[in-house]
Design a protein around this ligand. Structure first.
Ligand code: THU
Length: 136
């Protein structure tokens, strides 16, 4: 399943719209029900309107009624090349993932390929994340 999720992220990366940074990212979330939803980064001439691949995937899934994820795979790198480094999720995306972490927490897989990847519990990448229990 891990390799399948990475494959989906790499495939989604092909649709990355990154004419400004030329840095292409793909992501794939795995819902608690075992479905995969993908996303890519979508840039904009007004740079602040850019959206990361992770948030594209999460927001697509949530818009389909899927709000609880057990894992996410992320792969990114310079346009036209296979990922050469690990593309770590940015801070905003970590916070968004925290909102939708499944019952057993979420695993974040950062991949260069299906063979070369690292994985961390989201809690290690975002300790003391801000959650709904603070505001409800
Ligand atoms: N980017 C992502 O898609 N995910 C991240 O976690 C970090 C950065 C995108 C945003 C922008 O389109 C490009 O990478 C360069 O920052």
């Amino acid at each position: 399943m891990k390799k399948e999720l990475i494959r989906a992220a790499l495939k989604a990366r092909e649709n990355s719209y990154a004419p400004y940074s030329h840095y292409q990212v793909g992501a794939a979330v795995l819902t608690d029900q075992g479905e995969i939803v993908t996303g890519c980064n979508v840039e904009n001439a007004s740079y602040g309107a850019c959206c990361c691949a992770e948030r594209t995937a999460v927001f697509k899934a949530v818009s389909q009624g899927k709000t609880s994820f057990q894992a996410i795979a992320v792969a990114g790198g310079a346009q036209g090349r296979a990922p050469e480094d690990f593309a770590w999720p940015c801070g905003i995306c970590r916070q968004v993932l925290h909102e939708f972490a499944g019952g057993k927490g979420m695993t974040v897989i950062v991949a260069k390929s299906q063979e070369e990847f690292v994985e961390y519990p989201l809690g290690e990448l975002l300790p003391h994340g801000f959650g709904g229990d603070s505001v409800l």
